[in-house]
Design a protein around this ligand. Sequence first.
Ligand code: DP6
Length: 327
Amino acid sequence: MKTTAKAPTNIAFIKYWGKKNEVLRIPENDSLAMCLDKEFTVTTVEFKKDLKKDQVIINNQKAKDKEKERVVQHLNRIRKIAKIKLFAKVASQNSFPTAAGLASSASGFAALTLAASQAAGLELSEKDLSRLARLASGSACRSIPSGFVYWQAGYSDKTSYAYSLYPPSYWDLRDLTIIVKSEKKKVSSTKGHQLAGKNPFLKARLKLVKSNLKIIKKVFKNKDFSLLGQVIESEALSLHSVMLTSQPALIYWQPTTLAVIHKAIELREEGIVESYFTIDAGPNVHLICQKKGAAKLKREIQKVLGVKKIITNHPARGAHLINKHLF
Ligand code: DP6
């Protein structure tokens, strides 16, 4: 059966950095994220008798060795659970630049998990889909549920998965993704997680994460936007402190990254628009704001030299099946 799934990326307010178990991708800490509606992956999968090996097409091109290998490994996990031996044709399309720190592995592996498991005849629960997606890429487990999602780190394959804390409609937040560079990043997040494990600053970060997790849960209950902003900026900066002090150092920021941060702070301090920044493993900045002020923020940030593109996201639905196949 041919099956197609669509999955959003997600932006973490409390980040995942460092793993307790690399093979099972059990993270050091819980994380919390918002699914994004304009940055997504659509993936079609069909297991076919006439194939001699898996065929993987990403953004209309045959997947290269490493990229293909990661997809094939995930198909192997799914074939094992479904007890089938057939090879698959996989086509995948992103709505945004791949591997530029824009969470393409999150949406990509969430869409692949849902499409391939259904195509293999499996009917997995949301929890099991999330666990399975996690094995391919940690952040992908947060792209299975909808809205504002919580990944409980857990301590084993069974206990580490994400669930929805609140539906997309709960809080009308906006994420403006400010693209300053869209080329592939040189150091993958998988490598970055390994480096973090050897970094003495990770311990201090994990302490801070613990207290930020407590605060953010209350923030969500009360929809306290200013406090949310303080938490996500503290989180992003502590994540990048670990990246900067890794050996070798991971310096993902570009001059325009800093220019955008400063502009957002200036707009906030002058009372023009209240927004807060967060940054993943790449140079692009996410500005979180409320509905009111989002259009103004976009206009102002567009003027910053070096900004290439701005995508305005709403909280999104998690991974789901769609009828429009890619082949
Ligand atoms: C900085 O999920 O890409 O975006 O599990 O090795 O595939 P792997 O790593 P990945 O790491 C994402 C790290 C981050 C923070 C976050 O999204 O929580």
